[in-house]
Design a protein around this ligand. Structure first.
Ligand code: HAM
Length: 455
């Protein structure tokens, strides 16, 4: 059997690979309005970064990391020799820990400086059980804002995410924004205690995994998909009832900024997110169609302790990441199709093989001028060349025959209106910009009409 792509991975074929580029460009355009600049960090990091940053007891770190070693270190491990901690590497399961590590390493938020706003796009790796919307290698776009405490920044980040979903065409009516606060070092330990007691009191209704979670990280019990656990957790104490005064104030202000911006959200006290670095604001955007159980298309929150956790000075931070593949599934549920991978502005058709040399020069001249062009290289009949031009959805076809070449002309046809004109071949061959070519064609109203014939 032919070798297949590894389980849980997906090839982005030409139409989709181009769309991924467009998707990143739309994000970069929108996020730039809010001051975000691109950062690119390694796809693998020291395992310790994720253990300390994301949390040892999270599913992401405990069960889903692709850990990796160089061949040499693998041999050492097999032989039972010690492998240094910095040689133990893992493919990144998410982008936040790496970005915060880079911010600390390069001192991107010097004391007293304004916040640093960063965005990234790329592959993440989680060894989860693959299913619709859940892959082992997937693409995320994320943003991280370091050095900002104000609740208005939390609201700004959430608004930016919602604007992006609108811009790519996910209808607002299908998105559902959930928000919560997970408190801080002052109020969360007290809440944890309360929740721990609740889990112990309700042990009879909880699965073994939740009972284990009660000991390591009781908040994770809210993530359990077991229906009996979900029912038992409905009456669990709520973090929002246990927030200290300053977390409460922060949370109320985030919500009032969202209200003022007419962003619809639901306060969801069971929203705890699967990564341990969060403090205060957490949020998630879910869609109601196209995704089944993996319905979160994006999520994020504040992580005011993460920089310290990875060895930096105290620096507040917040951000989000959105899943490219899940966004595509949500779009496809509304009838979306990938745009064509390549736009063909012009096709050069030869009446016979005697003009192929001139056609080849014309092809290069048009490409050098900036047009996307094609011609047939297989001596097809004129009829078949037109079929090919149709297939490529060419806007214009340049037709060259011995008569045209003799008189220094080339016929050009607008494939939508079928209007044709004779153009001066030398002028086209000498044009050195797309604009000049267009200017030449534009003189002929029947070709140009009211519409722009060239992309
Ligand atoms: P996350 O919720 O783990 O957050 O992932 C963000 C998004 O990535 C999810 O909403 C989902 O769309 C997508 N995603 C996650 N896992 C998979 C998967 N296995 N297959 C396909 N898509 C997936 C984070 O990663 C945080 N770093 C977000 C953040 C940034 N928080 C603060 N700053």
């Amino acid at each position: 059997m032919a070798i297949q792509a590894p389980e849980g991975t997906k090839d982005l074929l030409p139409g989709e690979a181009q769309y991924w580029e467009d998707f990143k460009r739309i994000a970069a355009d929108i996020f730039a309005r809010y001051g975000y600049a691109l950062i690119d960090t390694p796809i693998f990091e020291q395992t310790e970064l994720f253990v300390r940053g994301i949390g040892e007891a999270t599913d992401v770190v405990a069960k889903e990391m692709f850990q990796t070693l160089s061949g040499e270190n693998l041999k050492k491990l097999i032989a039972g020799d010690p492998v240094k901690s910095k040689s133990r590497l893992s493919l990144r399961p998410e982008g936040t820990a790496g970005v915060v590590r880079a911010v600390v390493q390069h001192d991107l938020v010097p004391q007293g400086a304004p916040p640093t706003k960063l965005m990234y796009a790329g592959q993440m790796f989680r060894a989860e059980r693959p299913q619709k919307g859940r892959q082992r290698q997937f693409n995320q776009i994320g943003v991280e804002c370091l050095g900002a405490e104000a609740p208005s920044v939390d609201a700004e980040v959430i608004i930016m995410l919602m604007r992006f979903f609108e811009a790519i065409g996910i209808p607002t009516a299908l998105t559902h924004l959930l928000i919560n606060s997970l408190g801080c070092d002052e109020c969360r330990p007290l809440y944890r205690e309360k929740l721990y007691s609740y889990l112990k009191d309700n042990a009879a209704h909880l699965c073994d995994e939740c009972l284990r979670r009660a000991e390591t990280n009781p908040l994770r019990a809210f993530d359990c998909k077991n229906p009996a656990c979900a029912t038992a957790m409905e009456n669990a104490p709520k973090m929002t009832d246990c927030l200290c005064a300053s977390c409460k104030e922060h949370h109320e202000q985030v919500k009032s900024y969202l209200d003022a911006s007419e962003i619809t959200y639901t306060q969801e006290s069971r929203l705890v997110r699967g990564l341990d670095y969060y403090t205060r604001t957490v949020f998630e955007v879910q869609v109601s169609e196209g995704l089944g159980s993996q319905n979160a298309i994006g999520g994020g929150g504040r992580y005011d302790k993460l920089a310290e956790e990875v060895g930096g000075r105290p620096t507040s931070g917040l951000g989000f990441a959105l899943g490219y593949e899940r966004c595509v599934l949500a779009l496809q549920a509304t009838g979306f199709e990938f745009p064509p991978a390549c736009v063909c502005d012009a096709f050069i058709a030869c009446v016979d093989t005697t003009v192929q040399g001139v056609a080849f020069s014309l092809l290069q001249a048009l490409r050098d001028a900036g047009l996307n062009c094609e011609m047939d290289h297989q001596n097809r009949s004129l009829k078949s060349q037109f079929k090919l031009a149709d297939k490529l959805k060419a806007t214009l076809v340049f037709i060259l025959g011995p008569d045209e070449v003799q008189s220094g002309k080339v016929k050009v046809r607008n494939m939508e209106t079928h209007a044709e004109e004779l153009l001066d071949l030398a002028e086209i061959l000498q044009a050195d910009s797309k604009e000049e070519v267009i200017k030449n064609i534009r003189r002929y109203d029947s070709i140009w009409q009211d519409k722009k014939p060239i992309s």
